[in-house]
Design a protein around this ligand. Structure first.
Ligand code: SF4
Length: 410
């Protein structure tokens, strides 16, 4: 049985591939790409049908962060000309959220820049969630406020949050190369706190920061081990004015291979195409829907996406359908696990999800030496296709919606 048959059979059974099999997906050539998409697409349809979950971002507080995440336009010292504002008022955030829900979003993601929330910030977000739920009682709310202190996750859960987002972003061994003001272990700790409080854990990665295939596979397996219910896959948006502004090393083909690998390792988990979808997949976005079952509608935190109506048209044209408010996202066996975690948390016996182990080491910067002839061919194809060409013309800073007088894109 060849690689793709093996991966499809495992995925249809809900089994996780080996690390070597995941690496082999990233090493496939462009000639094999449609076969890879078709194989992973079968796994996606087995667990999620043709549904696409829409999520809508509301940036509650933008820019001026004291942390130094190299990929982030809101980081300490960022020269990116993004919107900068402090906390939106609850009614302002609710208005932006309403636009997303009216556009078809099932989940609203409330995000604030910063290392982590104060207890006063948790109060603010509690008021904001109440304002959103007053208008849309069915809407799912995911909160993303950075590193959590003790009891903050419990307070968010009690206030009505459904999920907490905190991405691992990259492998443990390269983490220190992208951020120095906090650690990979800090991030794992926050995901565990959220999960332990009965919040659905949303945690993902960023591809395109110069990482190796091994780094990508490491972080995806760590996310699986951590019990993330939703895995956002970001493709680096190299903002001018940030340290990674010149990291244009993704191709649409590479992005599709990464999404396929993430799907095979997370057959029954929500896989979301997150930031960078339009910038890097470009006209290949519809193929990504065969791999991921979730996307963001409209704009991102600090950059503009394509028009919300274009997202909806793309979903329909590709033969998919928007997931309704009454439909469960996760397959029943995964939803049961999440509910059990929540119940265990409520009675004070939650077992925290397991994180990844291993030691830290320096990052090699760009892609490691190819491990095989196939890998070499694939890497050469990716390098030739991207050609290091700077495409900053594709990055549009968000200048509408939350924090402005202009209507949101949804
Ligand atoms: S902590 Fe969050 S907002 Fe701050 S620099 Fe890092 S990613 Fe950006």
């Amino acid at each position: 049985m060849d690689l793709l048959d093996t991966l499809t059979a495992k995925g249809l059974r809900g089994e996780v591939p080996t690390r070597e099999e995941a690496l082999a997906v990233l090493a496939t050539t462009d000639d094999e790409l449609l076969d890879v998409v078709a194989a992973a697409g079968k796994v996606r349809r087995r667990w999620f049908g043709r549904r696409v979950k829409l999520n809508y971002l509301v940036n509650l507080k933008s820019g001026l962060c004291p942390e130094d995440c190299n990929y982030c336009s809101q980081r300490l010292g960022s020269k990116a000309e993004i919107l900068k504002y402090t906390w939106l008022k609850p009614d302002q955030a609710a208005e932006a959220a309403r636009a997303g829900v009216a556009g078809g979003a099932k989940r609203v993601c409330l995000v604030a820049s910063g290392r982590g929330p104060t207890d006063r910030d948790i109060d603010r977000v509690t008021d904001t969630m109440a304002a959103i739920q007053e208008a849309d009682p069915e809407v799912e709310i995911c909160v993303c406020l950075g590193l959590l202190s003790d009891n903050q996750a419990e307070r968010l859960k009690a206030a009505g949050a459904d999920a907490y987002n905190h991405n691992l972003n990259t492998s443990e061994k390269t983490y220190g190369d992208i951020t120095t003001t906090h650690t990979y272990a800090d991030r794992v700790d926050t995901v565990k706190k959220a999960h332990g409080a009965g919040l659905s854990a949303c945690s993902g990665l960023i591809a395109g920061m110069g990482e190796s295939d091994e780094d990508l596979v490491d972080v995806v397996f760590a996310l699986r081990e951590l019990g993330s219910d939703s895995v956002p896959v970001n493709f680096l948006i190299p903002f001018e004015g940030t340290p990674l502004a010149k990291e244009w090393n993704l191709t649409p083909q590479r992005c599709l291979r990464i999404l396929a690998m993430v799907r095979f390792v997370n057959p029954d988990t929500e896989v979301r195409i997150a930031g960078g979808r339009e910038v890097h997949l470009r006209s290949m976005q519809p193929l990504g829907l065969h791999l991921a079952n979730s996307i963001f509608l409209g704009d991102y935190l600090t950059s503009e996406g394509q028009a919300g109506q274009t997202d909806l048209d793309m979903i329909k044209d590709a033969g998919f359908e928007v997931e309704g408010a009454g439909e469960a996202t996760l397959p029943r066996h995964r939803a049961d696990v999440a509910a059990a975690s929540s119940a265990a948390s409520a009675c004070g016996t939650a077992a925290s999800a397991c994180g990844s182990g291993g030691g830290c080491g320096p990052c090699g910067g760009h892609a490691h030496a190819p491990a095989s002839e196939d890998t070499a061919a694939s890497a050469a194809e990716d390098a030739a296709a991207s050609d290091g060409e700077l495409r900053s013309d594709l990055v549009k800073v968000r200048l509408r919606g939350a924090g402005t007088e202009l209507a949101p894109n949804a």
